[in-house]
Design a protein around this ligand. Structure first.
Ligand code: ZN
Length: 404
């Protein structure tokens, strides 16, 4: 029987171990030593591949090579204040020879949540096959078997939708649709936060926001087609834009996305608990936008904020907190549901609480329908995109039918 001593590529048999005390301190010291380990940001080298995390969205903690084709990686949140169970991971495996890389992830402060995805180009992603992922009973470990050819393979909790993709999308949306892009503000690290704004002369405003929470990629998968439908060259969208101003902020937490955070911005803050305090530059930028809109006489009529959770749902206000107009959201969701095929969702209508999230803040400040649009982590992406188009179309129709 072979026992792994925890030294790269080193195994000894039981007989050797039995005679260890006689063999001497060198081998004993080797077996007793902690395995070589490296911190995030440092290349981690096994015999057949290396692990790196020098790219946007990467997150990897200490990494130890524990065999020729076997590494163990610690997955930790960005700071000690993260309480949300969203253990994001993203790293790159570069093979020195073809084979299979075994990666054991140890989660600290959370349990396994995201099904691993792989990519050879960082753009097209595939879910790792069922038989290539083993999760421990308590969810604290996940063991991945990743096939390696001769090219690097990205491994991530979700597809990497990072700032270059947002930048390109915003530029294209602005040029295709003749819609203005604008600088909403800057992140804590000074990165620009962009928005799109159509028909600034209109009084009535639809405001949509995305990516306050870095790992919530499935929400982004919905945000893009939702916004594209609003900005489309369709008769409905043209009619809508002639009456309504649309302001879209696709990514409010670019620092967190770039750093591969589980939850926070670089100020150790959950931005979606900071609508009210507005203690962070990202949320302060939203506050300034709202103040400016109010000062200009604009009327925000509806607000949606895109997120991800374990299943498809929309958080809304319960009936004892009537919106203006009353019953708007249930009608919207009912009209949408009738047209959806393979996309189911629930409506979690709840009393308005003191939690300083965007939905509660927007309802309290304006009395408008305000929703948190949540897409399941592993919901089929094509179904998500198709559903987002229907949600957007039905929203436009219903807003157009209002007598504001
Ligand atoms: Zn969220």
């Amino acid at each position: 029987m072979l026992i792994n001593c925890g030294i790269i590529g080193t195994t000894v048999n039981k007989t050797t171990l039995y005679w260890l005390p006689l063999i001497g301190l060198l081998l004993l010291g080797g077996c007793a030593a902690r395995p070589p380990a490296v911190d995030a940001g440092t290349v981690c080298v096994a015999k057949t591949f290396t692990v790196t995390d020098a790219f946007e969205g990467a997150r990897r903690g200490r990494c130890a090579a524990i065999g020729a084709a076997n590494v163990r990686i610690d997955i930790r949140a960005e700071d000690d204040w993260v309480t949300n169970d969203s253990p994001w991971f993203a790293f790159k495996l570069t093979p020195s020879q073809p084979g299979v890389a075994t990666v054991t992830m140890r989660y600290y402060g959370a349990a396994h949540r995201y099904w691993p995805k792989t990519s050879n180009d960082g753009i097209t992603w595939t879910r790792l096959a069922e038989d290539r992922v083993g999760v421990s009973r308590n969810g604290k470990r996940a063991k991945l078997s990743v096939p390696l050819g001769d090219q690097p393979v990205w491994v991530a909790a979700q597809e990497l939708i990072t700032t270059p993709i947002y930048d390109a999308w915003t530029r294209r949306a602005a040029s295709d649709s003749n819609i203005d892009s604008f600088l909403l503000g800057h992140s804590r690290k000074g990165r620009p936060i962009a928005g799109l704004d159509s028909n600034a002369a209109a009084r009535d405003v639809l405001l949509i926001v995305g990516r306050q929470h870095p790992p919530e990629v499935s929400g982004a998968v919905a945000f893009f087609p939702f916004a594209e439908t609003l900005f489309a060259d369709s008769e409905l969208a043209r009619q809508f834009r002639s009456r309504f101003r649309i302001i879209a902020v696709p990514i409010l937490n670019p620092d967190g996305v770039i750093a591969g955070h589980w939850r926070h911005n670089l100020g150790e803050t959950d931005l979606n608990r900071d609508w009210g305090p507005f203690a962070q530059p990202e949320t302060q930028a939203m506050q300034t936008l709202l103040d400016d809109l109010d000062a200009s006489g604009a009327k925000i009529r509806m607000f949606a904020d895109f997120h991800s959770t374990k299943r498809n749902l929309l958080y809304t206000q319960s009936a004892e907190f009537p919106t203006d107009p009353p019953g708007f959201t249930p009608t919207w969701l009912s009209n949408t549901e009738k047209r959806l095929g393979n996309y189911s969702f629930t409506n979690e209508a709840a009393p308005v609480s003191d939690q300083a999230n965007s939905k509660n803040y927007m309802f309290k400040r304006y009395g408008i329908p305000a929703v948190t649009f949540e897409v399941g982590d592993e919901t089929d992406r094509a179904a998500t995109r198709a559903a987002a188009v229907v949600f957007a179309e039905e929203l436009m129709k219903l807003l157009l039918s209002q007598d504001y």
